[in-house]
Design a protein around this ligand. Structure first.
Ligand code: TRP
Length: 469
């Protein structure tokens, strides 16, 4: 069979920006602050940082290596090395669908807030919390915004790699970074901000439980786009002269600094305004507009720019999720890109609508004890990604030839990877064990037992039946 030339990234910078674009998203700016807030702050953040900088980075190096080695996206990559492992790739594709089951809903909220910045949201700071609550529970407006957000994804991914995804990332990521710095400065100079800094940086380990560890691990994987073959897919478009460990280091450091910056932007202001850190998913949407509300008409402009940047950061992440599914359909099923994008996108329209409605109209409808939005969120974040990362580590440590890995990570011996032995030992022994311990500790202490059993069941079923995929 003749091999088609694989699409590849336009430039070195293009790849880093795209990988960082995938990593930096709602996970850093929307999710990280509220996870930190509801898990006690500083102690959670420290555990998260250790997981991101030890486990996250190693798994990312592994994903890049397997993707580039095989030149195939998740399913094909596993399958081409060892047929019995196809299921790990399939689990990734399923995770992509599940994350896309709720991610566009929040992406839609962010887009809606661009417009809301101009239409009076900031003029009544005391009502900002109620406005958010009323908005997300209504049955038309957030659904429309979700659909607009999803449509943008479909258009970008339909255009292919270099054309769409790269360009979007290049311009708006730096804008987001600059704005976060600005908000952070404003936030820490508010009277009463000290309590927020203390919450962020003074650890109190007395509140830490098995759940805290699982939440921190899930957050690390989610934020770095790991555990479901996303970075593997991006790595498959990467050319042979890139230094993989360096790229992984840069992407991880960028991602964690954006998350920390978001924390520094939000918590000091939150305490200064006398709000509750554990208020959940509305955190950014309530705190950030309040900060801007105090700045008069300049605040309106800043708020709009912030939500534009957040929307784009979310977009560069969600396109990577859609790309995982599309790449699978193209590589394994031989579909044309456009057909793959529209089919996958069509399914996401349905899950997105259900998920958005589960905030209000359908809030009484429960799947294994949780609403539809939470069903997708908890299953991926608390089980699939962590197990996906663990499977990748086991796969690399025990089923891929060590020489092949060394060859791939040193570009055939032309660049140095001094930490290879440490990385290899981490993948082979430490990470599988660490994830196992964290997952067991977390799963037994979690309230949603039914959901957890369901999630594990799905993985087992995939392992048994997915060889044909
Ligand atoms: N990392 C992105 C964020 O923080 C979300 C994301 C994109 C993702 N691709 C992923 C999460 C793959 C898990 C796996 O917003």
């Amino acid at each position: 069979m003749e091999k088609k030339q694989r699409e590849s990234w336009g430039s070195r910078m293009g790849f880093i920006m795209a990988a960082a674009g995938s990593a930096v998203g709602l996970g850093n700016i929307w999710r990280f602050p509220y996870m930190a807030g509801s898990n006690g702050g500083s102690a959670f953040i420290i555990i998260y940082l250790v997981f991101a900088l030890v486990i996250g980075i190693s798994v990312m190096v592994g994903e890049f290596a397997i993707g580039r080695r095989t030149q195939l996206a998740a399913v094909g990559a596993y399958k081409s090395i060892n047929k019995n492992w196809t299921f790990a790739g399939v689990l990734g594709v399923l995770s992509a669908f599940f994350i896309m089951g709720f991610y566009p809903v929040v992406g839609g909220w962010a887009s809606a807030y661009i417009l809301k910045s101009f239409t009076g949201l900031l003029s009544n700071p005391a009502a900002i919390g109620d406005v958010f609550g009323a908005f997300i529970t209504s049955s038309v407006e957030p659904v429309v915004w979700m659909l607009i957000f999803l449509a943008a994804n479909i258009l970008i991914v339909a255009k292919g790699i270099a054309g769409g995804i790269e360009k979007a990332g290049k311009i708006l990521m730096p804008t987001l970074f600059a704005l976060l710095i600005l908000i952070a400065i404003r936030s820490i100079t508010l009277p009463g901000a000290g309590a927020g800094l203390e919450f962020l940086f003074k650890p109190d380990f007395s509140e830490v439980t098995g759940q805290t560890f699982l939440a921190a691990l899930g957050q690390a994987f989610f934020s770095l786009s790991l555990g479901m073959g996303c970075m593997m897919t991006y790595g498959s478009y990467l050319n042979k002269s890139e230094n993989l460990p360096n790229n992984a280091l840069i992407v991880t450091l960028l991602d964690t600094s954006v998350a920390l910056l978001a924390g520094i932007a939000i918590f000091p202001a939150l305490f200064a305004f006398g709000m509750e850190p554990a208020q959940g998913a509305g955190l950014v949407f309530v705190v950030v507009p309040q900060i801007f509300a105090e700045m008069g008409s300049l605040g309106v402009v800043f708020s709009a720019i912030f939500f534009i940047a957040l929307t784009v950061a979310a977009l560069t992440s969600s396109v990577s999720l859609l790309e995982v599914v599309v790449a699978y359909l193209m590589d394994q099923r031989g579909w044309a890109r456009v057909k793959a994008v529209y089919t996958a996108g069509g399914i996401m329209v349905v899950t997105g609508i259900l998920s958005s409605l589960s905030m209000g109209t359908l809030s009484g409808f429960k799947l294994l004890g949780v609403g539809i939005f939470d069903f997708f969120d908890i299953l991926t974040d608390k089980i699939f990604l962590a197990i996906g990362g663990m499977l990748l580590a086991i796969f690399i440590g025990w089923f891929v030839k060590r020489e092949d890995l060394e060859d791939e990570l040193t570009n055939g011996g032309t660049v140095k990877f001094g930490l290879f032995n440490i990385w290899y030992a981490l993948m082979k022994f430490v990470i599988p064990l660490a994830v196992l311990v964290v997952a067991v500790m977390g799963i037994i202490s979690i309230e949603q037992t039914g959901l957890m059993i369901f999630g594990l069941g799905v993985i087992v079923v995939l392992a048994l039946f997915s060889k044909k995929l």
